[in-house]
Design a protein around this ligand. Structure first.
Ligand SMILES: Nc1nc2c(ncn2[C@@H]2O[C@H](COP(=O)(O)OP(=O)(O)OP(=O)(O)O)[C@@H](O)[C@H]2O)c(=O)[nH]1
Ligand SMILES: [Mg+2]
Length: 291
């Protein structure tokens, strides 16, 4: 009996949702960083096994929206709950339960969807903390399963895949076997630049930058030519991204090019520009243009 279904991965920012998706697929479809609010759009990850096809949706971290960008990110999370067979709710087991986590629990209760609670990052906590933590979550909601995992170290991921298959209905594959995401290479290339930008910046910069691929030229046999705008909100931020003598931008470019070459399996010529667009996070037309 072949099974199939749609599964949303939800949780607070930084809980490890994108790391989990990449590890489950064995492919990098979603960028990861140590800064919260890394993922800004829903990204599908498709896992086809002999027993069935699991279509995961990686979603932005659930947070209180301050800007129009963040309101849209949250809307994206709510959209992902429609037509979902099962939720994977990630929590960071190494941080204390707070009001943000309560908000996530309330959201699940309200929607009434079957949900697994995944206690992630168990590599960071003492073994004897685990059982009390599982018991405390069991008291907050009737989760279908509570599974301790380490997405980073792949702990319990096979067990998790098995449990997911158990809960999925019988059904046909919705995507071809070799397809592992709904996103095209142009989007993934832009995300890679944004990931390197996040990894190389601090404080408010990760939140106030975005990336636009303005040219994706595959017409040459040997090399793909990419032009990319890094958008910031202020001149001072532009200076930081460029760095003294252009060092920071150069570093971001080198790191991004290497990963994009791996993605495309071709040499890449990548040109980065830094552009100031005041208040872009509250500009609906600009935000529309990012999609
Ligand atoms: N130690 C440890 N770190 C982890 C684990 N899973 C994820 N991380 C780290 O946690 C940070 C956040 O990971 P992401 O996968 O970007 O988290 P996310 O939930 O997708 O975050 P947003 O997209 O911002 O909502 C990164 O630094 C990861 O390397 C884990 O199992 N153990
Ligand atoms: Mg993410």
């Amino acid at each position: 009996m072949f099974k199939s279904g749609f599964i949303s991965i939800i949780g607070r920012p930084n809980s490890g949702k994108s790391t989990l998706l990449n590890q489950l697929l064995g492919e990098k479809v979603s960028i990861v960083s140590d800064k919260p609010q890394t993922t800004r759009e829903n990204i599908l990850g498709i896992l086809t096994l002999k027993e069935g096809q699991i279509v995961f949706t990686d979603t932005p971290g659930i947070h209180k929206p301050g800007y129009e960008l963040n309101r849209r990110m949250m809307q994206t999370v709510y959209n992902s709950l429609e037509g979902t067979d099962l939720l994977l709710v990630l929590v960071d087991a190494s941080t204390a339960f707070g009001s943000g986590d309560q908000y996530v629990v309330d959201l699940i209760k309200e929607r009434g969807l079957p949900a697994f609670l995944l206690l992630n990052k168990i590599d960071l906590i003492r073994k004897d903390k685990l059982l009390p933590l599982m018991a405390s979550y069991a008291g907050k909601h009737t989760f279908a399963e509570i599974v301790p995992i380490s997405a980073l170290e792949r702990d319990n991921l096979e067990l998790l895949t098995g449990l997911i298959l158990k809960y999925l209905p019988e059904g046909p594959a919705h995507f071809p076997e070799e397809q592992f995401t709904d996103r095209h290479e142009r989007f993934l290339a832009g995300e890679i630049v944004r990931e390197k930008l996040l990894l190389n910046t601090r404080e408010e910069l990760p939140y106030s930058t975005t990336v636009l691929i303005t040219r994706f030229d595959e017409s040459q046999p040997e090399v793909v030519v990419l032009n990319c705008d890094i958008v910031v909100e202020k001149d001072s931020q532009k200076k930081i991204v460029i760095g003294s003598q252009g060092q920071k931008l150069k570093q971001i470019g080198i790191e991004a090019r290497t990963d994009i070459e791996t993605l495309l399996g071709k040499r890449v010529y990548l040109e980065l520009y830094v552009r100031v667009k005041p208040k872009w996070r509250d500009d609906p037309r600009f935000l529309d243009s990012l999609l």
